[in-house]
Design a binder for this molecule. Structure first.
Ligand SMILES: Nc1ncnc2c1ncn2[C@@H]1O[C@H](COP(=O)(O)OP(=O)(O)OP(=O)(O)O)[C@@H](O)[C@H]1O
Length: 252
């Protein structure tokens, strides 16, 4: 049974569909990259996977259970965590406070402060360490570099101990000094959590090739190709789809 399965998913915003007839499955331990030109529907598809937007047609299943109309909160409880293209956090709180808030927002038991309630520290500390933020634990989020802001968002997703991690452009806006570090954080995460499924959108093909087991190319809301990274890179269709969208073979 797949961890996540989409069957014939459509989504529109009042006009023509921006996601059309998308069928795909993600297995435990797999990292799937969703790529495509601007406006292809990647973020919309992500929002459907996270339950923030409900599919207009089709079905979404998590571990074989129909979650098409479950919504974001129930999916978060079921083990789906996501990050955003523009990192979302509380700038006037420390790294530690942000990660603690993320934990408390999905796991109510960490909100009780009486004796006997589980203490969030260990889980929070592990998520902070796993994202290379150990030395910045007490720093205000507003003081972090762009790269570390994205890493903070990954920590905020990880602390929820997801089964499915949705990373929307996790390296967007990063300088060359931050990029390899975030790639290596995500590679280490894959090793540390072999059952974790990751779906990632990225414009940077170096990120896709470093991390993805499979690549799904979206064009006009439809899946154009779904295959191994090399197959998708070398397919003539890929070049056609990206022509006029700054495709240069190595980076999209
Ligand atoms: N809230 C919205 N209301 C109306 N149209 C929207 C909305 N969000 C996205 N769209 C439109 O849906 C289409 C798909 O957008 P989406 O953001 O999903 O694509 P994308 O592949 O993530 O693009 P990008 O790579 O530029 O982020 C675009 O034409 C976009 O203008």
């Amino acid at each position: 049974m797949s961890l996540l399965a989409l069957h014939g998913v459509h989504k529109h915003y009042g006009g023509p569909p921006v996601v059309q007839d998308v069928t795909l499955a993600v297995e435990p331990g797999e990292t799937v990259a969703i790529i495509g030109p601007n406006g292809a529907g990647k973020t919309t598809l992500f929002s459907v996977m996270a339950g923030e937007r409900l599919a207009d047609l089709g079905r979404v299943e998590l571990f074989g259970k129909d979650v098409t109309r479950a919504g974001a909160r129930r999916l978060a409880h079921a083990g789906v965590a996501r990050t955003f293209q523009i990192a979302r956090f509380f700038p006037s709180r420390t790294v530690e406070e942000n990660v603690t808030i993320a934990l408390q927002s999905t796991h109510r038991r960490y909100r009780r402060f009486w004796a006997g309630a589980p203490r969030p520290d260990d889980r929070v500390g592990r998520a902070i360490d796993a994202t290379g933020l150990t030395d910045l634990r007490w720093v205000l989020a507003s003081a972090l570099s762009q790269g570390n802001r994205k890493n903070l968002e990954i920590a905020m997703a990880l602390v929820q101990q997801p089964k499915l991690l949705l990373l929307d452009e996790p390296t967007a806006g990063m300088g060359m000094e931050d990029l390899p570090r975030t790639i290596s954080i995500l590679k280490d995460l894959r090793q540390a959590r072999p059952d974790l499924a990751i779906v990632i959108t990225a414009h940077d093909m170096d990120v896709v090739f470093a991390l993805a087991d499979r690549v799904v190319l979206l064009a006009n809301g439809r899946i154009a190709i779904d295959g191994k990274p090399e197959e998708v890179r070398d397919a003539p269709q890929t070049r056609e789809i990206y022509l006029g969208n700054s495709y240069r073979g190595g980076s999209a």
